[in-house]
Design a protein around this ligand. Structure first.
Ligand code: 5RP
Length: 227
């Protein structure tokens, strides 16, 4: 499939959801800077049935890693109500869910107006068609390949079709957004993820759940380069 799709450089985004909750900074340090984006999952116990990090953690990560590309994924509802507090933490990318925003166009516009890359996320059951009208103001489309809320779940392969559709739409409309995929990505499905046009792979347990996370990231890069 890669032959027929225009692929951009492939980026790896470790998710701190699977880092040691008592030593997130130390867990990230173990990667020795060998990551492209640092993915921060924010969960509210309402849009998703779990709680995770708040803006203080996002701010602390920015202080500790001033040059890292920090990618904040808001799994909160209503998404619009949390933009200011996370924009204050100066992320590089701030993503809201289509399903959690009544005024998605306004939310994405506000993120961009703050000089931050705007992201829109879709749950596995949400079709790409619902975000077609806002693709021109999205810098990132995040396709959830698990139902959001927890790390360590199994990859839903049907979501790869949505990446192919997005890739084709991007090309047809001359747009530049990146396609990010999140959930259940590991060494066994990494090549499949890349082939369907994904630009950014988020990985939690497949990185932080291994004895040597830095070696795991290096191995993932080799897997993709070998494609
Ligand atoms: O957004 C998330 C869950 O809602 C996580 O980023 C995602 O699940 C990553 O963890 P894993 O790679 O272990 O599936």
């Amino acid at each position: 499939m890669a032959g027929s799709l225009q692929l951009k450089p492939f980026l790896i985004a470790p998710s701190i959801l699977s880092a040691d909750p008592l030593a997130v900074g130390a867990s990230v340090d173990v990667l020795k800077g060998d990551f492209d984006w640092l993915h921060v999952d924010v969960m509210d116990g309402h849009f998703v049935p779990n709680l995770s990090y708040g803006p203080a953690v996002a701010k602390a990560l920015r202080r500790r890693y001033p040059d890292a590309v920090i990618d904040v994924h808001l799994m909160v509802e209503p998404g619009e109500d949390f933009l200011d507090m996370f924009l204050e933490s100066r992320p590089d990318c701030l993503t809201v869910h289509q399903e959690a925003c009544r005024h998605l166009h306004r939310a994405l516009s506000k993120i961009r107006a703050a000089g931050v890359r705007s992201g829109v996320a879709l749950n596995p059951a949400t079709p790409v068609e619902l975000i077609k009208p806002v693709l021109n103001i999205a810098d990132v489309v995040l396709l959830m390949s698990v139902d959001p809320g927890f790390g360590g779940q199994s990859f839903i392969p049907e979501v790869t079709e949505k990446a192919v559709t997005l890739c084709q739409l991007r090309e047809a409309r001359g747009l530049k957004f990146l396609i990010e995929m999140d959930g259940g990505i590991n060494a066994a499905n990494m090549a499949q993820v890349r082939r369907c046009g994904v630009d950014v792979a988020v990985m939690g347990s497949a990185v932080f759940g291994t004895p040597d996370p830095a070696a795991t990231v290096a191995k993932m890069r080799l897997l993709v380069d070998g494609e």
